[in-house]
Design a protein around this ligand. Structure first.
Ligand SMILES: C[C@](O)(CO)[C@H](O)COP(=O)(O)OP(=O)(O)OC[C@H]1O[C@@H](n2ccc(N)nc2=O)[C@H](O)[C@@H]1O
Ligand SMILES: Nc1ncnc2c1ncn2[C@@H]1O[C@H](COP(=O)(O)OP(=O)(O)OP(=O)(O)O)[C@@H](O)[C@H]1O
Length: 274
């Protein structure tokens, strides 16, 4: 059988409300998730046993062994495939790199005729939403995923200051775990009204992530200084997104930010463009 190519888009939590904690320590979330038009690429081909190689500009430090979520996804369903993973998304960055890679492998294997198991959140809380890879409201600990229609496409800039942030560390540092859920999501496609609504929502992990990586505050201010209509952190950080009026405005802001901060990963994109 021929090689199958798969795309693992960056996942962005436009909002991330922490609404409680389960007995097992996992947190209850209420999050509006969308996907970017940039991400990792994978190629899968049948082999005698499951295997993985990792290349690309963001490959450094990403495990290529049994810890890698792409390989774990293939092994979970007993698929003998050789996977080549080209990393362009920074790891441990709050944009679901590993989860989106795992979900891309699952989509490709489903296309190759494999059945997927019911409990995907065991691979990672973000895997169910990444399997859908379209705008969705995510709740429970990540296992409840409801598609959301009628959101506008959002020109954006993603910025990661190249500081890895550990998700469990951020959850451990939370001061409150019983915050209010999101309000009803406006779904009439009006960008200005949608961004106004977003501004009234939150990422409840942002203060805890800033205590791990204070540079996040500088990233948010940098995006605002470049004209972002709204700047906020995604997931458990440290990647932040800034929303802009047009793709041209996003590209221009990204150019200025990368010139000013050559050490940062800066990427213009359009969120929710699928
Ligand atoms: C913060 C988010 O990125 C929001 O989309 C996700 O909830 C995290 O997703 P993920 O990276 O796939 O996370 P996992 O690998 O499942 O979990 C990493 C760790 O984060 C904490 N964790 C994660 C998800 C959740 N709902 N509650 C938690 O408390 C747990 O300590 C867990 O051991
Ligand atoms: N395919 C993968 N790509 C990147 N990191 C991976 C992968 N598989 C396993 N890892 C490990 O997972 C850790 C977390 O990386 P990942 O990119 O998944 O985090 P994240 O972007 O913070 O995820 P989330 O947004 O879901 O919290 C990395 O430090 C790395 O050791």
């Amino acid at each position: 059988m021929a090689t199958i190519e798969a795309f693992a888009p960056a996942k962005i939590n436009l909002t991330l409300h922490v609404t409680g904690r389960r007995e097992d320590g996992f947190h209850l979330l209420d999050s509006l998730v969308v996907f970017a038009d940039l991400g990792d690429r994978l190629w899968l081909r049948p082999a005698r046993q499951a295997g993985l190689s990792v290349t690309g500009p963001m490959a450094a430090g990403v495990p290529a062994d049994a810890r890698n979520l792409a390989l774990r996804a293939a092994r979970l369903i007993g698929a003998a495939v050789d996977i080549r993973l080209e990393k362009t998304l920074p790891a441990a960055a709050g944009i679901g790199g590993g989860s989106s890679d795992a979900a891309a492998v699952l989509r490709a294997l489903r296309q190759m005729g494999h059945a997927l198991p019911d409990r995907l959140e065991d691979l990672g809380a973000d895997v169910p939403v990444c399997l859908l890879a379209r705008a969705a409201r995510m709740s429970g600990i990540g296992e409840v995923v409801e598609p959301v229609e009628g959101l506008p496409a959002l020109p954006a800039v993603l910025v990661n200051p190249r500081v890895a942030v550990s998700t469990p560390d951020v959850f451990r540092r939370l001061e409150r775990r019983d915050n209010a859920p999101m309000g009803p999501i406006p779904q009439n496609g009006d960008r200005t009204a949608f961004i106004d609504w977003l501004a009234a929502q939150r990422n409840d992990l942002q203060p805890a992530a800033e205590s791990v990586a204070p540079v996040i505050g500088g990233v948010l201010r940098g995006l605002e200084a470049e004209g972002a209509l709204l700047a906020r952190m995604s997931g458990s950080g440290a990647t932040c997104f800034g929303l802009f009026d047009t793709p041209e405005a996003a590209r221009a802001a990204a150019g200025r930010l990368s010139a000013a901060r050559p050490g940062w990963w800066v990427a213009p994109t359009v969120l929710n463009s699928a």
